[in-house]
Design a protein around this ligand. Structure first.
Ligand SMILES: O[C@H]1[C@H](O)[C@@H](O)[C@H](O)[C@@H](O)[C@H]1O
Ligand SMILES: [Fe+2]
Ligand SMILES: [Fe+2]
Length: 311
């Protein structure tokens, strides 16, 4: 089955298509290449495995699984509410978007089987890959650059949150954990797992209530969404949606939790699916020359954000 990504009508098309194929009961994603000078998604990650293969034997498999075990046990309704309340105050520091990009230089994401490069590389790789295929959508380039800036929560000046509370895929809390979530088995040790108010299909939510009313596991996505919104960015709502839900693979890849979406979510989802291709398949050992592209991104930051932001 070939999935055609829904493009904005008046822009040029990405060169490759994502082909999903069933192999036994393992659903794999592969990419077909159409060489048109645009972004070309690789077949394998830099460790020689297909992307997001959490079972492939590699130097990272064990630590990634350990990461998800801790993550799945710790993310409860109570924890999420406390973190949103505490970090939503944005009273920790003031800095510009670019200063934050530079802070991410020192962090490596322990949840990621596809990348062991410093995070600033990933930000630029994502943004530059989008820029190749969507040259006129400057808001989407900037979204690529900033989507993971919430990982600054790992930094000592933010109370040094542990990796399990910052990175990895996200999912709703307050209703049943869907089986498509990576390493789902570890939810059995989460205190909410046996709570009858939280362990049904709808839990504390209602049909079509809208994702804005759903508590997501706490991490870099929701935090960066709060930072962008509270600092009154002029980025469009699709950008805020991408930032907030880009790690929600259970929804944008596995189509779980669709019953919680409203019409606005469905509209924004089209852009999230476009974005995901670049976020995922641009992960490589290829280094971008930071100084070369910096003036361009500074001009976008200037266009969509105030000089200093509250974090
Ligand atoms: O390991 C990765 C990483 O933490 C990403 O930033 C996040 O967006 C992905 O969902 C996750 O799989
Ligand atoms: Fe992310
Ligand atoms: Fe990312």
């Amino acid at each position: 089955m070939t999935i055609h990504i829904d493009h904005h009508p008046d822009q040029n098309h990405a060169g490759d298509e994502i082909v999903e194929k069933n192999q036994g009961n393992v659903k794999e994603q592969e990419t077909e290449h159409v060489l048109d000078g645009g972004f070309v998604a690789p077949h394998t990650n830099s460790f020689g495995h297909t992307f997001r293969d959490y079972d492939a034997e590699s130097g990272r498999r064990r630590s990634v699984e350990d990461f998800y075990r801790t993550n799945h046990i710790g993310q409860t309704v109570d924890f999420v509410k406390r973190m949103r309340e505490a970090y939503g105050k944005l009273n920790r520091t003031e800095m510009s978007i670019w200063e934050c990009c530079e802070l991410l230089n020192e962090f490596i994401d322990e949840s990621d089987p596809d990348l062991d490069e410093p995070q600033i590389e990933h930000l630029l790789q994502t943004a530059e890959a989008i820029r190749k295929d969507y040259p006129d959508e400057d808001w989407l380039h900037l979204t690529g650059l900033i989507h993971d800036l919430g990982k600054v929560l790992l930094h000592p000046s933010f109370g040094e949150l542990p990796q399990w509370a910052v990175v990895g895929d996200t999912y709703p809390v307050g209703c049943a954990f869907d089986e498509s979530i990576v390493h789902h088995k570890y939810f059995k040790e989460n205190p909410d797992y046996d709570n009858p108010s939280y362990n049904t299909k709808y839990g504390i939510y209602t049909e079509g209530c809208g994702l804005d009313n759903v508590f997501m596991s706490w991490g870099h996505d929701d935090y960066m969404y709060l930072v962008a919104k509270e600092n009154e960015t002029t980025l469009p709502s699709a950008s805020l949606f991408i930032i907030r839900y880009h790690s929600f693979y259970a929804l944008h890849k596995s189509e779980a939790y669709k019953h919680l979406m409203n019409n606005e979510d469905r509209e924004n989802m089209k852009w999230l699916k476009v974005f995901n291709k670049y976020d995922l398949y641009s992960k490589s050992k290829f280094r971008i020359n930071v100084e070369e592209v910096k003036p361009y991104y500074l001009s976008l930051i200037n266009k969509y954000f105030p000089g200093k932001l509250k974090w």
